[in-house]
Design a binder for this molecule. Structure first.
Ligand SMILES: [Zn+2]
Length: 209
């Protein structure tokens, strides 16, 4: 049986997610208008994002029902970034990098303790996957198939290192600001760096061109 206030809580969650999508669009230089409305479901066993004729953000039913607010917001922020930047026809580590880094930044603003615990956990998990292996990985498309262990942690570390090295305006070019959601073009981005391309290649564990 549903709790009597579940409808009201669901409406609040939808408002929170809509705000997070707007912030994610702003951070990555995207126009939120074509994204509306974003459907929010709280029925998943894992959180995920999908795009058909509209964007759908699915959060884990257990987190929402258990009122784990920080966990729900962390999930929602991650998926809101996907709503802003991730194309319908596919995604890769760059999408996970932006989504994970955005969710950590949101949580730093909302719950600093949760944010720092999450960063410590993710940084620890990053040891399971090298940067080169992450960049080379073909991520599974099915919701039920897990990503390589350590991917979110490695993606977060990579985002933070790239931002420290090149600055956010350069890093976010990978998300195609000003354009609709589309696949990241790593080769074109590396070329756009000019004299800094080799530095970026070394950060990403890539061999020289
Ligand atoms: Zn993701």
């Amino acid at each position: 049986m549903q709790a009597p206030d579940r409808g009201a809580a669901g409406a609040l969650l939808a408002v929170a997610v809509a705000e997070l999508v707007d912030v994610a669009c702003n951070e990555h230089g995207k126009d939120p208008a074509p994204l509306r409305p974003v459907e929010v479901r709280a029925v998943g066993t894992v959180p995920y994002f999908s795009r058909t004729d509209h964007a759908t953000i699915t959060l884990t039913g257990a987190a929402v029902a258990g009122d784990y607010r920080s966990q729900v917001l962390f999930q929602a922020a991650h998926e809101a970034a996907h709503a802003a930047i991730t194309a319908a026809d596919g995604w890769d580590w760059v999408d996970e990098m932006f989504a994970t880094w955005f969710a950590v930044r949101v949580m730093r603003a909302l719950n600093a303790t949760y944010a720092s615990e999450t960063e410590i956990r993710l940084h620890g998990e990053a040891r399971q996957l090298s940067t080169a292996s992450m960049v080379a990985a073909a991520l599974p498309r099915a919701v039920a198939e897990p990503y390589p262990p350590g991917l979110y942690g490695r993606a977060l570390l990579t985002a933070q290192l790239l931002e420290r090295t090149f600055g956010w305006p350069t890093v976010r070019e990978l998300a195609h600001p000003g354009a609709p959601a589309q696949r990241a073009d790593l080769t074109a981005w590396l070329r756009s760096l000019g004299a800094r391309e080799q530095l970026a290649r070394s950060v990403l564990g890539l061999r020289g061109s």
